[in-house]
Design a binder for this molecule. Structure first.
Ligand code: NAD
Ligand code: LMR
Length: 311
């Protein structure tokens, strides 16, 4: 199975590394516009083969899309990341043009690929990709919820002082500092609701920390995060290529689910060989429904800025 990752920067290269190391694909192509950059990252990853023990072929390309031909999955990480103090939404002006042209070039060479969108503002970039390419909605998947949920579970495990892998939980809604919705009511420690162990105040703090998880890392690092984002993309790609049918919150085009239409936003999805195999329409309570509607309003307002790009 062949995966192309466009953008060989922090997230793209980390994602390639995780996919190779975990033997998720047999071939990975990294592509970047910066001369020699993707080739360098690919060569560096290839030189971990003998010490880490994998056989995935990783190659790089400077903007030559012919090398990406026949990819099963393509991942778009190209574009600029935010700096401390910025929101993801401020990246739209530069990233929209990049994402649109990259998606079109990818599909010319891999017409059957499933597209995973990572560049920010991710929900709007996913909507743009869907509209610009005309692909069926099961083949355009925005990655954000997998990452936000991993942060949510990490913060829960720290508050509970229990192993993160014993914790289950999901974050839905937009992938934004104020739009994501950690579902604290449904989070569980080995099947037991976390509210049995944590006070409402502690749960509120976990939710608040989760929502600004990306901003916290951006402030610490001077640019946005890459280890957890790269690993989250690999987790999603694994579920596609190996038809695992995992339930992962992803940004997908809604047609009535969760009371929303004509928008890409994070909801739980079954992810398998066809991409989005099913949108899981869970029963939210009144508070969660109100938060979801508000989140969708914010994402929709951002999508309105795409008019000139989509014209
Ligand atoms: N959805 C998520 O959960 C999530 C998580 C982390 C980062 N991000 C987003 O991913 C994007 C990349 O972040 P990063 O930290 O890897 O940034 P980065 O600057 O390290 O890497 C971006 C790469 O894209 C390349 N690029 C720019 N324009 C290109 C084009 N037209 N064609 C090919 N390559 C091009 C650049 O040369 C650079 O190497 C940002 O928009 C960031 O906000 C999203
Ligand atoms: O925070 C960012 O801007 C990058 C990414 O969306 C993240 O959540 O790490």
């Amino acid at each position: 199975m062949k995966v192309t990752i466009v953008g060989a920067g922090n997230v793209g290269a980390t994602c390639a590394d995780a996919i190779a190391y975990r033997r998720i694909a047999s071939e990975i192509v990294l592509l970047d516009i910066r001369e020699g950059f993707a080739e360098g990252k690919a060569l560096d990853i290839m030189q971990t083969q003998t010490t880490l023990g994998f056989n995935t072929k990783v190659s790089g390309s400077t903007n030559d899309y012919s090398k990406t031909a026949g990819s099963d999955v393509v991942v778009i990480t190209s574009g600029i990341p935010r700096k401390p103090g910025m929101t993801r939404e401020e990246l739209i002006g530069i990233n929209a043009g990049i994402v649109k042209s990259v998606a079109e070039s990818l599909l010319q060479h891999s017409p059957n690929a499933i597209v995973v969108v990572v560049s920010n503002p991710m929900d709007t970039m996913t909507y743009l990709t869907l509209k610009a390419t005309g692909l069926p909605k099961n083949r355009v998947i925005g990655m954000g919820g997998a990452l936000d949920s991993s942060r949510f579970k990490t913060y829960l495990s720290q508050a509970l002082d229990k192993p993160a892998n014993d914790i289950h939980g999901m974050v839905i809604g937009g992938h934004g500092d104020t739009t994501m919705i950690p579902l604290t009511r449904l989070a569980a420690y080995n099947g037991v609701p976390v509210s049995e162990f944590l006070s409402a105040e502690k749960l509120d703090k976990v939710a608040a920390d989760t929502m600004v998880g990306g901003a916290t890392l951006t402030a610490l690092l001077g640019t946005s995060a890459w280890y957890a984002p790269g690993a989250s993309v690999a987790y999603l790609v694994d579920s596609i290529l190996n038809d695992q049918k995992k339930m992962i919150p992803c940004s997908v085009f809604l047609e009535g689910e969760y009371g929303q239409s004509d928008i890409c936003i994070g909801v739980p999805c079954i992810i398998g060989k066809n991409g989005i195999e099913k949108i899981v329409d869970i029963d939210l309570n009144a508070d969660e429904k109100a938060k979801f509607a508000k989140s969708a309003d914010a994402v929709r307002a951002m999508n309105a800025d795409l008019k000139s790009v989509l014209a």
